[in-house]
Design a binder for this molecule. Sequence first.
Ligand SMILES: Nc1nc2c(ncn2[C@@H]2O[C@H](COP(=O)(O)OP(=O)(O)OP(=O)(O)O)[C@@H](O)[C@H]2O)c(=O)[nH]1
Length: 232
Amino acid sequence: MTAMRVDAKVVMLGKESVGKTSLVERYVHGRFLVGPYQNTIGAAFVAKALNVGDKVVTLGIWDTAGSERYEAMSRIYYRGARAAIVCYDLTDSSSFGRARFWVKELQNCEEHCKIYLCGTKSDLIEADRSVRQVDYHDVQDFADEIGAQHFETSSKTGKNVDEVFQKVAEDFSSCALEFMQGGSFRPVHCRWNAPQHCPSQRRRSPCFSHAFRNRRSLRPLSANGCWTSPII
Ligand SMILES: Nc1nc2c(ncn2[C@@H]2O[C@H](COP(=O)(O)OP(=O)(O)OP(=O)(O)O)[C@@H](O)[C@H]2O)c(=O)[nH]1
């Protein structure tokens, strides 16, 4: 069977210093960098291909800066993302507050983006339980409420790091397959009627609505002519 290649935009969000860059570094390069903390400026991009069944899924990962100074820029990076890994530090309760902020943003602005809540630095908890500031069950309840996946990870030991990205790729892949097989769809509207006015179209990473409109095989499914995208 030939491998099918699909691509998903993934964005890393979360308070500064929660460990977003370390998570990406561990996943992509299999290493944990020690030394002085260097904050991300703007955002960094890296891509990694992985196998999901008979498919190759290429994840394009945007690692955003957590500093509130760059908040407006982070908004640019989550546009059109199919998955957001929203990170919080298990030893910093304020970072979970910030994670909630990003969840709300995504719910309001990027309804097709699937959310993965990721508690970081679990090795610190394993070394000393008293440093935990974010309760596992509280986050799980929140994850259930918003329909998100929830992981506790350590970039230092590698715990659950591959699992997060594997889950992202699997979800994306099954969703893409469902789309191609004509499975469950729901209407998608873009507020920009003409594709040439849609900012994401001009950036050559079209929003759902216009991406699907550009596929000749697709037809408007409903009487009012609205177009469709897969449910994820
Ligand atoms: N013990 C431990 N430390 C970690 C872990 N992940 C990250 N760190 C440390 O936390 C600090 C911040 O990590 P980064 O990955 O740079 O954090 P970030 O979220 O990308 O930060 P910004 O770029 O400011 O948004 C660094 O000193 C890391 O070494 C982890 O799993 N365990």
